[in-house]
Design a protein around this ligand. Structure first.
Ligand code: ZN
Length: 138
């Protein structure tokens, strides 16, 4: 097995900013002209996630609303009592969603549904620059 490592950065606005990173992934994967591979998408950080969504305006409101029910911004968190950084909600949301996903490459094509995009969600309470790693196994 061979592994190729790629990475790119994403500038976010924080505050549950959802950024479509599908084209970043496609561009970096397709330039290797591989036939079959496993593409792992990983973001470093404890207040940021990578997941899949249909990137359309309704869901871009619905998902943050659902997460607000699970981990409200205004709740008092033990994390904030210790660190006073006000982003306890962001850590909880990132833990729930997770910080990686996998996309198979089969016969030269990434296997994403027509309405399935890969997104980075930055939950932190300020703008950040995030590094996304692609680990391509073939
Ligand atoms: Zn924190």
């Amino acid at each position: 097995m061979t592994i190729i490592n790629e990475k790119f950065t994403v500038n976010t606005k924080g505050n549950t900013d959802i950024v479509d990173i599908t084209n970043n992934i496609k561009n970096l994967v397709y330039r290797h002209s591989l036939t079959n591979a496993i593409v792992h998408v990983y973001v470093a950080g404890s207040t940021v996630s990578v997941t899949n969504i249909e990137f359309e305006p309704g869901l871009l409101v619905d998902l943050p609303e659902a997460l607000e029910n699970l981990a409200p911004i205004e709740k008092e968190y033990h994390h904030d009592a210790t660190w006073h950084d006000g982003n306890g909600y962001a850590h909880i949301r990132a833990s729930i969603i997770g910080n990686s996903t996998m996309v198979p490459l089969i016969e030269g094509a990434l296997q994403l549904g027509q309405w399935q995009q890969v997104v980075l969600i930055d939950f932190d309470n300020k703008a950040r620059i995030r590094t996304v790693h692609l680990i391509i196994e073939y």
